[in-house]
Design a protein around this ligand. Structure first.
Ligand SMILES: [Zn+2]
Ligand SMILES: [Zn+2]
Length: 389
């Protein structure tokens, strides 16, 4: 596999073509039917063993190499988001209100490129490659867990994945050893008051007032109750209550997220939130329902595999392009693979300020510097080959 860099370079335009096609035809989480078909068709055309419908719309490819070496899994996610594409270019989404605004189209194309090149050199492979095309990364419970339960990691020794990342510049790569990305939990608080006339508040229990106090009081968790050196976020993302200027709202609903790295702190925040919600509602004789949904676990990279990244990355891109990432407060269900097998999740820079590629993930004008796909392909394949060596 000495010439795989050149081979990846040679199919770069093809990877761009796949990415732009998928970008024009995005599918929401749990609905990746055509994307899965697109992937399976290509893998089969390169004589790669394919299993479809894995844990849902997941597709798993197996490329058997030469001999008895280890089996390394590489993962790409395939789903898009419920966002209206607002870019001005000739590959904008053709689907109203659906958009690849996280770069999963490019992840899929990157892994297809690796599969194609590796399939051309299968006799030189010192182990086997498993290609995990994962459905439903964006929405909990996520596709990773269901694919693992359906055997996606059977026989796998190590697992690697990348996320292209526009806040980081193209040409640079990042990760960190140990805890890397947060556990993203979700809460919904329904405050039940007593409706009535806007001019006669004393006869009501004002749910907007109580929910407003809650928004403020919940901020005490991070600012006053959690060790300041422990990363933790409590955000209320939506607040709905009331219908008219002269009516006291009977119910108000808050919806938000909690982000932590430490599993004990994760539980502690939940307990503190329950206490604050109960006490705040009690003060005004309101009642409540608190729904607390645990999201993905923390992404925790294996120490040895993270070390492999720094060595492999430096050889590929030069030491000055390889960075220890800060902690990332976003979540990723790659964490489930890392709970099962040693591995490493890595960020590949995809932003380019000079080219106007500056929009964050999940933004209606999100785009990537497509050269990041080539970097990601080189990195992922090199990690796998280095593991096999
Ligand atoms: Zn995303
Ligand atoms: Zn993503």
């Amino acid at each position: 596999m000495n010439h795989f860099h050149e081979d990846l370079q040679a199919i770069y335009e093809e990877m761009v073509g796949w990415r732009r096609y998928l970008h024009q035809h995005p599918e929401l989480s749990y609905h990746e039917y055509q994307t899965a078909e697109f992937v399976a068709k290509h893998l089969l055309s390169w004589d790669i063993e394919v299993r479809t419908g894995v844990g849902g719309n997941g597709v798993v490819g197996l490329l058997r190499g030469n001999g008895e070496g280890p089996t390394v899994a590489l993962r790409a996610d395939m789903d898009a988001l419920p966002i209206q594409d607002e870019k001005n270019c000739d590959y904008t989404s053709t689907k109203n209100g659906i958009m690849h605004a996280c770069g999963h189209d490019a992840h899929t194309s990157t892994l297809l490129g690796i599969a194609k090149v590796a399939s051309m050199h299968r006799t030189e492979l010192k182990g086997n490659l498993v290609f995990l095309f994962q459905h439903a990364e964006e929405i909990s419970p996520g596709g990773a867990d269901s694919m693992i339960k359906d055997g996606a990691l059977d026989g796998v020794d190590a697992v690697f994945g990348v996320h292209l990342w526009t806040p980081f510049p193209v040409g640079h790569v990042y990760t960190r050893s140990g805890a890397f990305m947060a556990a993203p939990d979700e809460f919904t608080i329904r405050v039940q008051g007593k409706g009535g006339h806007g001019g006669l508040p004393h006869q009501t229990i004002d749910s907007v007032y109580v929910a407003s106090q809650l928004v403020v009081n919940l901020q005490a968790i991070v600012s006053r109750q959690v060790d300041p050196v422990e990363p933790c976020v409590v955000s209320v993302g939506s607040f709905h209550g009331g219908t008219s200027f002269n009516v006291i709202a009977e119910t108000s609903v808050l919806n938000g997220t909690v982000r932590t790295f430490n599993p004990e702190l994760r539980q502690e925040v939940r307990t503190r939130m329950e206490r604050i919600v109960q006490a705040t509602c009690d003060m005004s004789q309101a009642t409540y329902e608190l729904e607390y949904k645990l999201g993905y676990p923390t992404v925790i990279n294996d120490v040895n595999e993270a070390a492999r990244f720094f060595q492999v990355g430096s050889a590929l891109f030069g030491e000055e392009a390889v960075h220890e990432s800060p902690l990332i407060m976003a979540g990723e269900d790659f964490s489930y693979y890392l709970q099962e097998k040693p591995g490493c999740f890595m960020f590949v820079g995809a932003g380019n300020v000079d080219a106007g590629i500056v929009y964050p993930h999940h933004h209606p004008k999100f785009d990537i510097d497509e050269r990041s796909m080539l970097n990601a392909a080189n990195l992922l394949l090199s990690m796998a080959l280095d593991y096999m060596a």
